[in-house]
Design a protein around this ligand. Structure first.
Ligand SMILES: O=C(O)[C@H](O)[C@@H](O)[C@H](O)[C@H](O)COP(=O)(O)O
Length: 262
């Protein structure tokens, strides 16, 4: 299946389109089930979600937060108060900005007690602990590991989740959640969805903005032999609907795409 690309000149319009996708996906999930299972990433996605699901009153009024189950497609092994925490980002930018009387989603985080030691201090690298953090997070996934929607970013190196170019985790087929101790991007200790989870999702959407993304998007969309993690997500053949929400500067000079509006 070919990835769809939705492009806009303004960042606000990118956010609104992502919001519209989220609502559509939520409503589809709630037609056949009682919950909407969504996975989030870190990076600039937090601000996009804030603009779409909190600040935009029309979209915000359609969010059924009490039906949401929120997961993280990757998480850094840091305390929640750290600026590197993807949960912390979502909490600060979205959860804490919801009106007081708003229902709240159920959010599945890593076990912070395993991250920090006495006094809440971050403990040193400990692979057995990181494995335990990943294993516990895996247990919190839905029993069929099927997410309705996974929202992803794409790093300037083409990484997505905490799946980095050339890393052995790209080949992981047994674990649904793996730990990584040698992330080339700081911080080094993380957990991440693996391809088996991505392949089961109903829908995956990337959000990529800014001229800094153009070189890597040229490779992802222009080089059919590219093995970049984000390109491998585009190539998933299990029937997942993959889409990209971008601004015009991110796709400047990118060939081989047909652009539309969501
Ligand atoms: O841990 C990470 O590296 C981030 O969570 C990562 O997956 C992010 O989504 C991309 O790096 C894109 O980040 P931006 O959207 O900020 O460019």
């Amino acid at each position: 299946m070919c990835a769809k690309v939705y492009a806009y000149s303004e960042s606000l319009d990118v956010a609104k389109a992502v919001g519209a996708l989220v609502i559509k996906s939520q409503n589809k999930a709630l037609e056949s089930g009682s919950t909407f299972k969504i996975a989030l990433s870190g990076g600039s996605l937090g601000k996009v979600l804030q603009k779409a699901l909190v600040a935009d009153k029309d979209l915000a009024s359609q969010v059924k937060w009490d039906k949401w189950e929120v997961y993280f497609s990757d998480e850094r092994i840091v305390p929640f108060a750290s600026e590197d925490s993807n949960y912390g980002l979502f909490k600060n930018l979205v959860l804490d900005t919801l009106p007081e009387n708003s229902p709240k989603p159920k959010v599945y985080t890593i076990d912070e007690d395993l991250v920090t030691g006495k006094g809440g201090q971050l403990e040193g690298a400990d692979a057995s602990k990181d494995q335990e953090i990943a294993a516990r997070y895996q247990k919190s996934l839905p029993s069929d590991a099927k997410l309705d929607l996974i929202l992803l970013g794409c790093g300037p190196d083409g990484h997505t989740c905490s799946l980095f170019p050339g890393h052995k985790l790209l080949q992981e087929r047994t674990e649904l959640i793996s730990y990584i101790s040698d992330s080339p991007k700081q911080p080094p200790r993380r957990i991440t969805f693996t391809f088996p989870v991505l392949e089961k999702a109903d829908s995956i959407a990337f959000v990529a903005e800014g001229a800094g993304k153009a070189p890597i998007l040229k490779e992802i969309f222009g080089d059919k032999n590219s093995q970049l993690p984000s390109k491998l997500v585009n190539d998933i053949t299990t029937g997942v609907a993959v889409s990209w929400f971008v601004d015009h500067s991110a796709i400047e000079g990118v060939e081989g795409i047909s652009v539309s509006k969501y």
